[in-house]
Write a protein that binds this ligand. Sequence first.
Ligand SMILES: Cc1cc2nc3c(=O)[nH]c(=O)nc-3n(C[C@H](O)[C@H](O)[C@H](O)COP(=O)(O)OP(=O)(O)OC[C@H]3O[C@@H](n4cnc5c(N)ncnc54)[C@H](O)[C@@H]3O)c2cc1C
Length: 659
Amino acid sequence: MAKVIDSKIPAGPVPEKWKEYKAHQRLVNPKNKLKLDVIVVGTGLAGASAAASLGEMGFNVINLCIQDSPRRAHSIAAQGGINAAKCYQNDGDSVYRLFYDTVKGGDYRAREANVYRLAEVSNNIIDQCVAQGVPFAREYGGMLANRSFGGAQVSRTFYAKGQTGQQLLLGAYSSLSCQVQAGKVKLYTRYEMEDVVIVDGRARGIIAKDLCTGKLVRFSANAVVIATGGYGNTYFLSTNAMGCNCTAAVQCYRKGAYFANPSYVQIHPTCIPVHGDKQSKLTLMSESLRNDGRIWVPKKIEDAKALQAGTKQGWEIPEEDRDYYLERRYPAFGNLVPRDVASRAAKERCDKGFGVNNTGLAVFLDFSESINRLGIDIIMQRYGNLFEMYEEITDVFPGDVANEINGVKYYKPMMIYPAIHYTMGGIWVDYELQTSIPGLFAIGECNFSDHGANRLGASALMQGLADGYFVLPYTIQNYLADQAVWPKVSTDLPEFAEAEKKVDAELDRLLNIKGKRSVDSIHKELGHIMWEYVGMGRTAEGLKEGLKKMHELEKEFDENLFVPGTKEGLNIELDKAIHLRDFFTMGQLVAFDALSRNESCGGHFREEYQTEEGEAKRDDENYFYVGCWEYKGKGNEPELIKEPLEYEAIKVQTRNYKN
Ligand SMILES: Cc1cc2nc3c(=O)[nH]c(=O)nc-3n(C[C@H](O)[C@H](O)[C@H](O)COP(=O)(O)OP(=O)(O)OC[C@H]3O[C@@H](n4cnc5c(N)ncnc54)[C@H](O)[C@@H]3O)c2cc1C
């Protein structure tokens, strides 16, 4: 009999569920709270906000991160903004509309009740962050300013120039620091979780590696929360920070936590194109730029060929010869269609030969019209740091006038192309954000919960902070209410000793392969396989070929890897080898899931399943479920378990961004 998943969603209509949930919640007895310990792994926006909130509520929190400071978590990279349904623009926004846009943006593959809750708490996040002093952009009159992001026809994105993630993280970090000072949070920087320890079927602790000394350390607690980010770096080249990895999530998966919807990977349309084979990182140009930038390629193939050959420049092509293909195909949303739609449209143009750089894999993002309309000062106020970042990398300043045709000024356009950016899939969690292992919770990008098959721009920060500030602190108490009577387990238990021994043996194994290939050379090859066979356009045949190639490369990793140094002290190559071991497990999981889902939806595009116009073609009859995978050992196929989706408030239909 198929396994049944209890997602713990309360009964009743969607808007009432969260209220009802809170009303029926079992709260920890305040007298016992002081005895309860919670491990929070990660100090990104999700981890830092959760650790600070739990500390403030009186729990004893152990908080770990791999960087030297929580402020360096990947979340600081977030540029564009954070969504909330405040309706400050008086443009008809509402909690329901944010909920609806998010479910539609996710191509009707998200869990409806979770998304409603997310939309409902979105407004509290802005109030919380303003109270912390986050310097959101403001209008002249003092109101918080907003801009638009893809998949929405209202302006609901709050921002702090192009540094929203950094400013939000500074806010969360200040709350966290208060709790560190108060003695409620104990912070361990440069520590990496290597394994979760299960005692009597419950998560009771972790094994971590002190990255500076190489020593393995045991931590025990009443519950474990992982907030360790996404798995985008499986593809080697991505917009993610270099240190992003999926080791903690994959270890939880190996220990029995289900992994949900791994094939839902987001490819962001506006990244600086790949410019050589020595690159190890891609740079995002924020989606906010699509508020004022227009995306185009030439109408004439001879112009595209001249651009590719370098004999013509974009600013030499007059207005009438430009194809603003998003505005042409999707008149209602134009340049602000969701990311999956914009990425595929760019690929379609480039595949047809209209790419604008020497590789043919780029399109223009042009500010000429908006600079002519608003003036360079306003554009610089909005995107100054992004223009500067673009110039630093490409030596082209998008605010420079380059040409004048018939009295119209043309500015130097940016060149952009889709790249791996975000992972909607993640550790499966129920409505309470608890994984399939009791006592183990997952929040932020590392869980699968809210975005379905495609995340809308500015919704990751919203979800991470919703989880950390407003959802987990409530839901975890349902679990901890029972735990209050249990003493914290000792790290001397055999389960801890065994987990530590296994981690240690793995370190020895990797060091003793003593082959000839560096971690990066193998990781780069894995990235090529992922992009080629498990990337933007997938086919059953390609996915099978990709899986075969991944198995061969994993064998090469196991037999021919070279890791210099020892396990004592700092050894970055050893840490990267551990991450790569887990990227292999992850890459195969993405491919398995993609192969099993014989439909296209959101970021998962199977070329066999598309409409005549090249849009994703869903199969709701057979695939209207969350695909959860259970680990069955190295080299074995994981088992698929389905959580059926149930929609009460929203009618499931084909996405339409045309009218
Ligand atoms: C360039 C870029 C721009 C973006 N812009 C936006 C935007 O404008 N708006 C938006 O909503 N979203 C944006 N996103 C997405 C968003 O930034 C992320 O989804 C979000 O910040 C993830 O937060 P998190 O707390 O879940 O994880 P992270 O910020 O990735 O933090 C992970 C934490 O876990 C720790 N960690 C990881 N593994 C371990 C381990 N094994 N042991 C111990 N600690 C570990 C790390 O040290 C870190 O503290 C952007 C993403 C990128 C790449």
